[in-house]
Design a protein around this ligand. Structure first.
Ligand SMILES: Cc1ncc(COP(=O)(O)O)c(C=O)c1O
Length: 369
């Protein structure tokens, strides 16, 4: 038996008719760029998130770039973020010539340790960029409070959390700007690259919309330095046909996570979701000893796993010039050695969860003996 990690095939087959029709109709319209589906998708996204404005764009990475460009982040500025995330979060800060300033993470949620943010704020700090890792939103109320005290904007990197909630509000609508990714393996994925920005601030929305199309305000009139960062119409059409059933898929993911929690609570450290939040379970990530050996054994047994992420960003070669060292962020460094993501998708069956849990338990026992 071969278990699928993200099961993109099943996800396509579930919506095949609608998706095929949406793609075919985009092709016959030949409106490949900024076609009708892009605008319809943005309206649907804004409604879904609760934010006043939703702006689609070319990827989650470009969404981060556009957010920081709209805020005027420039060389010499500092942006506070977490070292335990995908490279794009900090890479985009550095790409704009600014400096990522890392803060260690909370051992329960794996998200930025809010109690350590304030000590990193300097006169050069221009934004706080928390990540909603694995599908769970950071403690945004506390982060927004600190940001307000220092008049800083907060950008939520919600690439993994679109649809998650924090105190009843949806991800990407819990700070000045929210960004997300529709990379195929994300909880809501398209068939290539795609992303979006969210805000309720009209000025920022207009600026991000313009910057996404080369800073254009009207054809061949360029107010800002922007980029070619549009989402193409085919991706918007695909997402538009998937969005209505997304809440159902989130519920299915949550059921898979609950089943895992029940089966694994005595085997490994299972993930913790705060009482005031819901996760969309972009990843179901456990903590365990002997991670690499266990991963190898599970692979032999047809069970795919992944590590998100094996090296915290402050230790990456590309950030050597920032001067961080091993030991600077002990929690992130420890988790990088211990985390392992198990197959997670809405279509994972109880039987598959049983097999994964039994094998994981067995492999751990064998290694201890
Ligand atoms: C936390 C985080 N930020 C940003 C991104 C970048 O998104 P994309 O791959 O759509 O550029 C990702 C994608 O994996 C991510 O996980």
């Amino acid at each position: 038996m071969k278990i699928d990690f993200a099961n993109l095939k099943f996800s396509y087959l579930e919506h095949k008719e609608k998706i095929d029709e949406a793609i075919a109709s985009t092709i016959s319209s030949t409106s490949f760029i900024m076609g009708q589906s892009v605008y319809e998708f943005e309206d649907a996204l804004a409604k879904f998130s609760g934010a006043k404005y939703a702006i689609s764009c070319s990827s989650g990475t470009d969404a981060l770039l556009l957010a920081m460009m709209a805020l005027g982040i420039k060389p010499g500025d500092e942006v506070i973020t977490t070292p335990f995330t995908f490279i794009a979060t900090a890479e985009t800060i550095a790409f704009l010539g600014a400096k990522p300033v890392f803060v260690d993470i909370n051992e329960q949620t794996y998200n930025i340790d809010v109690s350590r943010i304030e000590e990193k704020i300097t006169k050069n700090t221009k934004a706080i960029l928390p990540v909603s890792l694995y599908g769970q939103i950071s403690d945004m109320e506390a982060i927004n409070k600190i940001a307000l005290k220092y008049s800083l904007p907060v950008i939520e990197d919600g690439a993994q959390s679109f649809g998650a909630t924090y105190k009843g509000k949806r991800s990407c609508n819990v700070s000045a700007i929210g960004t997300t990714s529709f990379f195929p393996a994300k909880p809501l994925g398209c068939f290539g690259d795609g992303g979006a920005l969210f805000t309720s601030d009209e000025y920022l929305a207009d600026k991000m919309k313009s910057m996404r199309i080369h800073g254009q305000t009207k054809r061949y009139h360029h107010k800002y330095i922007g980029m070619g960062g549009r989402m193409d119409t085919i991706q918007a059409a695909v997402l538009l046909s998937k969005l209505p059933s997304y809440p159902e898929e989130i519920t299915l993911r949550q059921t898979v996570a609950e089943n895992y929690n029940q089966k694994l609570q005595t085997t490994v450290t299972t993930p913790d979701v705060s009482y005031d939040r819901t996760s969309v379970w972009a990843q179901y990530t456990v903590r365990l000893q002997n991670r690499d050996a266990i991963q190898g054994k599970l692979k032999e047994q047809g069970i795919p796993t992944a590590v998100h992420y094996p090296m915290p960003l402050h230790l990456q070669e590309c950030f050597q010039t920032l001067g961080y060292q091993q030991g600077d962020f002990p929690v992130a460094e420890l988790l990088a050695k211990e985390v392992m993501s198990l197959p997670m998708n809405p279509f994972l069956t109880k039987e598959e969860i049983d097999i994964i849990s039994i094998q994981l338990d067995k492999n751990i026992d064998e290694l201890i003996i």
